[in-house]
Design a binder for this molecule. Structure first.
Ligand code: DAH
Length: 330
């Protein structure tokens, strides 16, 4: 590259330089305006050139120098705290630096699970997180003295009337059945709260997905097939599942679903389910002689942790950017 070409390259560099931080501005100053700047070298060459080229180079070097000075001055102004404070806020200025947000792993997995059930014809439903005794407990076949109430430690907001943070998304079942007669086929996701000791595997809130299907002649076979389809879709061919008898007050018969990676030993429980208890239907003014239904409920954290190899539930809720940024492209 001859001297003229080098000057042109420097001009392009100055034109394109983006001085977006004070550090960038300082690096720019050193390169183009400092005591050992690039232009000086070119100036030193001037003497050695024939007149015509000397003129051209001299002119170009001046242009570069002026532009660099202007740019640097403008940047300096921008970074001076005084100038910053006196500027009117430009509400039309695009935000910078661009920090693409990331989706939370629990939200990612929630949507994946919901998608599977939407494909099966379930509709999205919702219910409140602050709930009364009827919807969180009593209508779900847990009257006041029912021992199942001790299965979870509930956060109460007030007594008499009792208001609480819901301990399960099963409240949505009641909310929906109270205002709609079958056929009902809904899926609901949301946060639930329990007064637990916080450890690597338990938190005072977590997320659940609830499913409910009520119609004429809904059978346990329908439930089983739905679960098998879900496990296959979500966990894939590397996993197998088993359905074993269990107990929930709002289902009869009740079951729990475990999964495990094929070829390994340990089963991991992922959901509770069963046939909606006739008493629950009756509580919602749905005739149990005509209709039957199945319901299921599962946590979202556990599959999310399994999927992303997370071993401590607490990290999900610390809002540590180093953790959250890992999901930018997920
Ligand atoms: N609500 C239960 C829990 O929080 C989970 C559950 C079990 C939901 C069985 C259901 C069900 O709908 O049928 O542990």
């Amino acid at each position: 590259m001859n001297a003229l070409e080098r000057a042109q390259a420097l001009l392009a560099e100055v034109e394109q330089a983006e001085l977006l931080t004070a550090e960038q501005a300082e690096a720019f100053r050193l390169r183009f305006l400092g005591s050992k700047n690039q232009l000086k070298e070119l100036m030193a060459l001037l003497k050695t050139l024939p007149t015509e080229e000397r003129k051209q180079l001299g002119h170009l070097v001046n242009v570069v120098k002026q532009l660099a000075e202007e740019k640097y001055r403008a940047a300096q102004q921008r970074f001076s705290p005084k100038v910053q404070a006196s500027l009117p806020a430009d509400i039309t200025r695009p935000g910078w630096p661009y920090m693409p947000g990331s989706r939370h792993p629990v939200a990612i997995v929630r949507d994946q699970i919901i998608d599977i059930f939407l494909r099966l014809g379930f509709a999205l439903a919702d219910g409140p997180e602050i709930e009364d005794d009827w919807h969180n407990f009593t209508a779900l076949n847990m009257p006041e003295d029912h021992p199942a109430r001790d299965m979870t430690d509930t956060f109460y907001l007030s007594r008499n009337p009792d208001l609480m943070l819901r301990s399960q998304t099963s409240n949505v079942q009641i909310r929906i059945m109270e205002r709609q007669q079958p056929p009902i086929r809904i899926i609901a996701a949301g946060r639930v709260y329990r007064n637990e000791t916080i450890t690597y595997k338990a938190h005072v809130f977590f997320h659940q997905i609830e499913g409910l299907y009520v119609d004429e002649a809904v059978s346990f076979a329908n439930l089983k097939q739905t679960i098998l389809y879900f496990v296959d879709e979500f966990f894939g061919a590397d996993y197998e599942c088993r359905i074993r008898p269990s107990y929930f007050p709002f289902t009869e018969i009740s079951a729990e679903v475990d999964i495990r990676r094929k070829g390994t030993e340990r089963w991991l429980e992922i959901m509770g389910c069963g046939m909606v208890h006739p008493e629950v239907l009756r509580n919602c003014k749905i005739d149990p002689d005509r209709y039957s239904g199945f319901a299921f409920g599962m946590g979202i954290e556990r599959p999310a942790m399994l999927k992303y190899g997370i071993t401590d539930i607490r990290i999900l809720y610390e809002n540590d950017l180093r953790f959250l940024r890992q999901f930018i492209s997920a």
